[in-house]
Design a protein around this ligand. Structure first.
Ligand SMILES: [Zn+2]
Length: 143
């Protein structure tokens, strides 16, 4: 009986089949730097450390740690794009609001200071206007 999906075992050892193997499932992570090398590599492509299979609980745990770390980094790279695009927008809106509030407060205080001829209020108003204007200037010069 021959199953159509099953390859004869002799075919599996031929080097032509190597490309067909899913490389994501068949990587061997470097125990030195965590770089995923092909299973056929004897040395790490990144740091040239030997990839000899170690046995025991500690190397096994270390290997799993690097697998998780690598997957986490890969996930971060994939997921990192969207929040990275959205965060500066909200940050920009926040800075704009802070700058606008400070400038508005400065304008309000300066009008109060002119009415009451108060030097300390005028000083605070100037500081608020300067700080608010500085934030707004920084915001628009970046974008
Ligand atoms: Zn390495």
């Amino acid at each position: 009986m021959h199953f159509p999906g099953e390859k004869p075992s002799a075919m599996m050892d031929q080097p032509e089949n190597e490309d067909a193997v899913d490389q994501n499932l068949d990587t061997r992570l470097c125990l030195n730097c965590g770089f995923p090398n092909r299973n056929s590599d004897a040395r790490c492509m990144f740091c040239q450390a030997g990839l000899a299979e170690e046995s025991g609980l500690v190397p096994w745990m270390r290997h799993n740690y690097y697998v998780l770390k690598w997957r986490w980094q890969l996930k971060q790279k994939r997921a990192g794009r969207k929040p990275a695009d959205r965060l500066p927008f909200f940050k920009g809106v926040g800075y704009f609001l802070v700058g606008a509030v400070l400038s508005g407060a400065g304008l309000y205080l300066s009008s109060v200071a002119l009415d009451t001829a108060s030097f300390s209020k005028a000083l605070i108003a100037i500081l608020l206007l300067l700080y608010g204007g500085f934030i707004l200037k920084n915001l628009f010069s970046k974008s």
